[in-house]
Ligand binder design. Sequence first.
Ligand code: GUN
Length: 276
Amino acid sequence: MKTSTEVLEKEAGVTPGLAVVIVGNDPASRAYVTSKSKMAKECGFLSVQHTLPEETTQEELARLIETLNGDEAIHGILVQLPLPKHLSSEPVIQSISPEKDVDGLHVVNAGKVTTGDLDGGLLSCTPAGAMVFVRHVHGQDLSGLNAVVIGRSNLFGKPMSALLLAANATVTTAHSRTKDLASVCRNADILVAAVGRAEMVKADWVKPGATVIDVGINRVDAPEKGEGKSRLVGDVAFDECAKVASAITPVPGGVGPMTIAMLMANTVIAAHRKAG
Ligand code: GUN
């Protein structure tokens, strides 16, 4: 079977092109960006990584985005977040052409999701990847199911809630100001955690038989592995919650690889649209 990349190349003469931009030296962000660029290469895309120094200015970043917007070989642009503190991410995100916004964060793409137009724009990658898991367990239609999303970020919580709502789930978006979060979560048939607090969701927050999607990725000390060693954990206390849930995503190896897969899919979609 031909891959999407081969079909695009042979039939439309187009190689999908992805540009990934990172500013600064955050080791976790660097690792994520390397995985994204590497996967793009493995998919046969044109894969370009721009690694900019910590002291990059807003104007320099704006100029790079302008160049990438005008580059015919580039179909997708991703600026890794968070940016260093002296830079504002919002003007950067909004300056990316919506057709090249493979992160799905531009207001045009975010607006399409919230108005229920799931096919016209580009979906935010992490929520789209989380929905693949949800649909694998529950099918396309989530009618009658209660979904609780903990987190209300533009990057994840808001688009995740919108996608669940579009699939007919009854959705609660919980956050740091939510009262009695544990009892709100206990009502969830689908519980999605994206708070950035290591193993915050405990077994007694989980409804027996629920589907649990863990979007957190936190580094914690692991003295059992040796002095100064650390390990990655999610926002969900996996071992205890796995005994109560009927389906649960691990960290690492759950939502993270799905996010990258969705980024590749968005780049192919963007290239297809450009090729007509
Ligand atoms: N940082 C953490 N997750 C993401 C993501 O999905 N996209 C971008 N651009 N930055 C991130």
